[in-house]
Design a protein around this ligand. Structure first.
Ligand code: GAR
Length: 213
């Protein structure tokens, strides 16, 4: 069966991209990265894929006179590389409704908080400033709002009295690296049943039928 082709959008460090690469290498994720797009030529994410057979392009917003033209180039690249699922992995740009509406249920994001709490920028600082005792991370489908799309997976991380933005980010990031590949794998296995805002996780297909083969 054809593997699900992933298109990953990055802007910076790329540790979630690395987690996806590692999960594929370890056979925990049955997918193929068809393309990485960075809007930042200096992104460390680009160095991570050097040496891997993964196509990458840099598409800088400033090279285009409008967001529409920039996004048209993104769409063209995803088309050329037959991308089935787009992953936002530390991509620091807001995509327009027009872009998002072209990929319904086909764009995922990871956010370092338990949505709907603490959306947008500086999620760790928001959680600490609020005095929350628990935060975590969320993988969700992207809709036209800010971190508001249907939730696929979430995992909680306790907030300790001693936490700073750095220590909390580090503990949440560790969980992100487990959660994102798991969510992508559920998509690849066609185990995400979307029912309005609720996403139900279907059981793994029974292996009973394979017995005796
Ligand atoms: C991750 O912590 C991700 O959850 C966050 O940016 C970081 C990217 O790190 N995303 C957001 O805050 C989106 N609202 P990475 O480049 O090492 O994957």
């Amino acid at each position: 069966m054809r593997k699900t082709v992933l298109g990953v959008l990055v802007s910076g460090r790329g540790s979630n991209l690395q987690a996806i690469i590692d999960a594929i290498s370890a056979d925990r994720l049955d997918a193929k990265i068809g393309l990485v797009i960075s809007d930042n030529p200096e992104a460390h994410a680009l160095q991570r894929i050097a040496g891997w057979d993964i196509p990458a392009v840099v598409i800088e917003r400033k090279k285009y006179s409008s967001r529409q033209e920039f996004e048209e180039r993104l769409v063209a690249e995803f088309d050329i590389h037959h991308v089935d699922l787009i992953l936002l992995a530390g991509f620091m740009r807001i995509l327009s409704s027009h872009f998002i509406s072209q990929f319904p249920g086909k764009i995922m994001n990871i956010h370092p908080a338990l949505l709907p709490a603490f959306p947008g920028l500086n999620a760790h600082k928001q959680a600490l400033d609020y005095g929350a005792k628990v935060s975590g991370c969320t993988v969700h489908f992207v809709d036209e709002g800010m971190d508001s799309g249907p939730i696929i997976l979430q995992e909680a991380v306790p907030i300790l009295d001693s936490d700073t933005v750095e220590t909390l980010s580090e503990r949440i990031l560790h969980v992100e690296h487990l959660l994102y590949p798991r969510a992508v794998n559920l998509f690849c296995q066609q185990r995400l049943a979307v029912d309005g805002r609720r996403i139900k996780i279907l059981p793994e297909p029974s292996r009973e039928g394979a017995k005796g083969l």
